[in-house]
Design a protein around this ligand. Sequence first.
Ligand code: ZN
Length: 267
Amino acid sequence: MSRSIEQTLGGAILAAMLVAASPVKADDLSLADKIALLITAYPETLLKSESGSIFFPDGGSSPIDDGKAKDHAAKLAAGDIEDSLSQIYPAGACETKPDVNFDPGRIRSDALMMRLYGASTEQVEASLVSVDWFGKKLRVTKRQGAAAALEKVRDELRAMPDMKTFLAPSAGTFNWRKVAGASNMPVHSFGAAIDINTQYADYWIWSGGKPGRVPHYKNRYPMKIIDAFERHGFIWGGRWYHYDTMHFEYRPELIAIGKAAGVSACR
Ligand SMILES: [Zn+2]
């Protein structure tokens, strides 16, 4: 090996070590960085960002920031695109005990979700396909690659027979519901979420929680299930302060942003 190649390799290894030793802090990732990752995650529908808006192939657009100051409850009720990317999701095969009001992914922009999946039950239903889930058929949207990603998760989990009891029967996927006034639309409305076997579920409301009072965090699902979902673009409701451990939803932008920010559940 020539000296110059050796030096180059040494430099590359040193650079890699420095990256590993000092991951980008969540706050160092700019909104523009996050928006770029969002657009990359949904190439079917998101064209570009320009002048503070995201543009769609039909020429329509959606503002990234509505300019309103909001507390956590207000972000949950009426999040804009910026709000939906404000908390960085930590992925990995390790459990996390979420801090107060740390709900990464629970804040969503209804306007964006409707663009990605459909703005009415009829529009969403037009893109639902059947996914086999351990012997039962589930209705999942094919838009944005969600159904294909869920099939990949299923195929991985099928190879772990001892996990089936946690996964099936599924407690549901598509369910269009608009909660009047108080809350945004769950991803179940768009056919891009799944609840696994409720027998092992812990949900902050079922545990006796009320707005402003969240019971102690609990999880009974093995982390290798969560890891399989996250590796295919799904986030887990068990990482939320307002926990919902049976719930997974397809949010590949949040997995990509967490990775780019160097955030992991295992640190
Ligand atoms: Zn759910």
